[in-house]
Design a protein around this ligand. Sequence first.
Ligand SMILES: Nc1ncnc2c1ncn2[C@@H]1O[C@H](COP(=O)(O)OP(=O)(O)O)[C@@H](O)[C@H]1O
Ligand SMILES: [Mg+2]
Length: 310
Amino acid sequence: MPAAIRITDVKKRYQSLQALAGVSLDIEEGEFFGLLGPNGAGKTTLISIIAGLTRADSGSVAVLGHDVVNQFREARRALGVVPQELVFDPFFTVRETLRNQSGYFGLSKNDAWIDEILHELDLTSKAEVNMRSLSGGMKRRVLVAQALVHKPPVVVLDEPTAGVDVELRQTLWKFIGRLNRDGQTIVLTTHYLEEAEQLCQRIAMLKAGEVVALDTTRALLKRVAGTQLVLGFSAGHVPRRLYARCIDPEAAPHAKRVSIRLSSVAEVEPILALCRTEGASVDQIELLGADLEDVFVQIMHGQGSGAAMQ
Ligand SMILES: Nc1ncnc2c1ncn2[C@@H]1O[C@H](COP(=O)(O)OP(=O)(O)O)[C@@H](O)[C@H]1O
Ligand SMILES: [Mg+2]
């Protein structure tokens, strides 16, 4: 079975700037995949190459086995792209825009699906409105609709929720989630890391045109020693034998509440047992996990362990 998207050693240079420095990545069919990285990392450049809008200097990209240059039509048909920039012909209505896009793919009787997309994206009441009179958030919805008119098996969304309200983000993720459950492959770039953490099964992090991390979201979260145990001793004091374990050991003798960094949740039990044998009564227990933001910051600032790099 071919990968949904296979990216092999893709390089792209803009004058003196190496936008992509040899990116290789396989995205499997049915995945909900996140492509993350700071501004200028090369995400949009990579997506333009996948969409056949920009040529790579070297390397290759295939969508469901179709090379994006040599088999452009097949590759393009397999793909729905929601671009980062809002570009439209302002004189068409929403429905006309979607019909035109259907026509591009040779679909003449597509109105039932168009109506369903309009409904799912809360656009039904805007169907006959001209594109130029829509708000930015509404235009963004039409961009998403436009990417989906030909029911592409692979959908790539480049910052679809940048600057849109919470309501649209929720509508959008509900709909995209459904498409993914129905088997469509979803590739997403976003600035909202909590969004990526919730939605994506696997994540690639891009930095200065290179993949600096590639793993399941779960494994990425585990990489950061971010689990903290917070214990409260409001009725007594912190047991002496625990001082050295505390993040701030000097404050521990006088603290009512301390934080302890754990390398695994299995450490909680012996710590609580120690408190019990020392006669210290714990009246608050809280476990704080690392989130994707912690992972992102560590990897982007080069503090990721060797194992974090692939
Ligand atoms: N058409 C272009 N001409 C010159 N430089 C470009 C062009 N497109 C992108 N770049 C540069 O390539 C780098 C990667 O940009 P981009 O792919 O848009 O990153 P991202 O989407 O991750 O923010 C940036 O430094 C950007 O300024
Ligand atoms: Mg971009």
